[in-house]
Design a protein around this ligand. Structure first.
Ligand code: OGA
Ligand code: NI
Length: 337
């Protein structure tokens, strides 16, 4: 079945095809798209300054957000507003191109590493489809990066996206150092442990949906990687699981939404949480997210850091090769481990 969600949503009067309808159990958990939760921490990274007291407070808030929520937003993250705005603008312009133009970049289903333009599909085992279209680019390793497969329209697209990817990589390096320190490890511990990373960026376009009470933009999941860095627009719709409730992540202008992935939960031996999240839809406005995934090297064996394990803190997770973890992840997630 080949359904293009954006195309479908633009056709007037088109009903939601049955493949998108969530189960009744899932529908029962839906909460309104704009039901935002103000408690999800927004952390000002300007606080990581020479001022010892500010520094301590900022580090402590990153620690508690990573432990209690697995999600937080950061402002003063070091990526310029101009770059953030042009990245979002160019991504939106791409999705506004005619379908034939976008399909020139269609993902090749036979490609072992799918890149390019595609549409929403859930975890392999689910037959329910998600209400989005996406464009996936690889930045690292350089052997996979292939700028010639990226859109050449709009004109500034490739250059801007490339610059954005490089800035996010600088940012994730900084965050890995912070997370290492918070765990009481050497500042370069996590970067070295995860090896030469894989970095990819997804542009996810969530068109308005005529029946948001039946459909998800992105089904519930936790991220299998190290951490994800999300630039969401002003529309909102991302929800995070807190206890057994789903709470909405309020859009904060120019902030990055950071979430802990499964591998940070594993290496931290459960101190940092990789939390389930999903995206709900709405009837009136399209939403764009620009999401960067930082992954460990595919060949690296990952388990709880040895310094965090002793007789009273046994390892909570086995050591697994990341490529194997990713392959099995869609079936089991961290819960099945
Ligand atoms: C993801 C994700 C959230 C969003 O792609 O893993 O959680 O807001 N995206 O698009
Ligand atoms: Ni996610």
């Amino acid at each position: 079945m080949d359904v293009n969600v954006q195309d479908l949503s633009e056709r007037e009067g088109a009903a939601v095809p049955s493949q998108f309808i969530c189960t009744m159990q899932e529908q029962a958990t839906f909460s309104p798209h704009d039901d935002f939760c103000e408690q999800i921490p927004v952390i000002d990274l300007a606080g990581l300054s020479d001022n010892q007291q500010e520094n301590t407070i900022t580090m402590a808030s990153i620690a508690s957000a990573s432990e209690d929520w697995g999600f937080f937003q950061v402002i003063n993250h070091g990526i310029s507003l101009a770059l953030v705005e042009s990245t979002q603008k160019l991504a939106k312009e791409f999705f506004n191109l005619p379908l034939e133009e976008k399909q020139k970049y269609a993902q090749n289903p036979n490609d072992p590493i799918p890149q390019g333009y595609g549409h929403g599909s859930r975890m392999p085992e689910s037959t329910i489809l998600d209400w989005h279209n996406l464009f996936l680019h690889y930045f690292l390793p350089l052997s996979i990066k292939n700028i010639s497969t990226w859109p050449h329209k709009p004109a500034a697209y490739r250059e801007t996206m490339d610059k954005y990817g490089k800035e996010v990589l600088k940012f994730t390096d900084k965050m890995l150092e912070i997370f290492s320190r918070l765990l009481g490890l050497q500042p370069n511990y996590l970067k070295e442990e995860f090896g030469d990373p894989m970095l990819n960026i997804g542009l996810i376009f969530y068109p308005p949906c005529p029946q948001p009470e039946l459909v998800l933009g992105l089904g519930a999941h936790s991220d299998p990687n190290i951490m994800s860095v999300l630039l969401q627009d002003e529309i909102g719709g991302l929800q995070v699981k807190k206890g057994n409730k789903w709470v909405g992540v309020a859009p904060v202008p120019n902030a990055l939404v950071i979430n802990i992935g499964d591998q940070l939960q594993v290496v931290s031996n459960g101190r940092f949480q990789s939390v389930e999240h999903r995206v709900v839809t709405n009837t009136s406005a399209a939403r764009l997210s620009v999401i960067t995934f930082l992954h460990p090297n595919a060949d690296v064996m990952l388990g709880p850091a040895l310094d965090l394990v002793d007789a009273s803190h046994p390892p909570l997770y086995p050591t697994t090769k990341y490529s194997d973890y990713r392959r099995d992840f869609h079936r089991k997630g961290l819960k099945g481990k």
